[in-house]
Write a protein that binds this ligand. Sequence first.
Ligand code: GRF
Length: 227
Amino acid sequence: MTLQLAVLASGNGSNLQAILDRIADGALDAQVRLVLCNKPEARALARARAAGVAHLALAPADHPNRESFDAAMVAATREHGADTVVLAGYMRLLTPGFLAAFSGRVVNIHPALLPSFPGLRGAADAQDYGVTLAGCTVHFVDEQVDHGAVIVQAAVPVNAGEPLDDLKARIHAMEHRIYPQALQWLAEGRVRQEGRVVRVLPRLDGKAVAGIPDGPWLVWPPLEPGF
Ligand code: GRF
């Protein structure tokens, strides 16, 4: 069923753009009913404007507390007919009241392979730690930061000594693929959550996705002949 999305963003909005693009090309069965920002200067607002999508900036400073601000966010989201909330670089924690209003219908993308490297510096923390596989995660949102059940993850190789911006760009490119895909699975009603574990049900059109191929799937630095 066509997803009715509210996209919450605080900044650039490249994930919003990827979602808008995949809707426009027919791959993603969704409508963006509203783009909501907590910062009036967010580029995400300009992207919404350019796409002809309703958009609104709400100022936390206009509210006495987080609960009141989030109540205004819930009201705006409902008024615009959204049933699913997509966090796309939204730099505020949602209150329990907000999450209760859209129970099981709030998703986020994080630039690391959770549960490694939660928080604001996912890609930088992965690089500082010295992992050779970084990545990104789409997950349901619960009351803990970067903690809800994982829907899909993509691994991205890290080259020792590379500029952080190169790694971030590689991660972002994968974000723009896995986020629309996860939303399309939701639109198709194929996402089942049992406790922490999410299962994506097989396609109904008989076009089965191939099973897991023989490994190695991603080894970085790559294996050399003989190993
Ligand atoms: C992304 O890296 C996402 O993983 C994180 O915030 C960033 C948002 O980027 N949650 P953009 O605004 O979509 O370009």
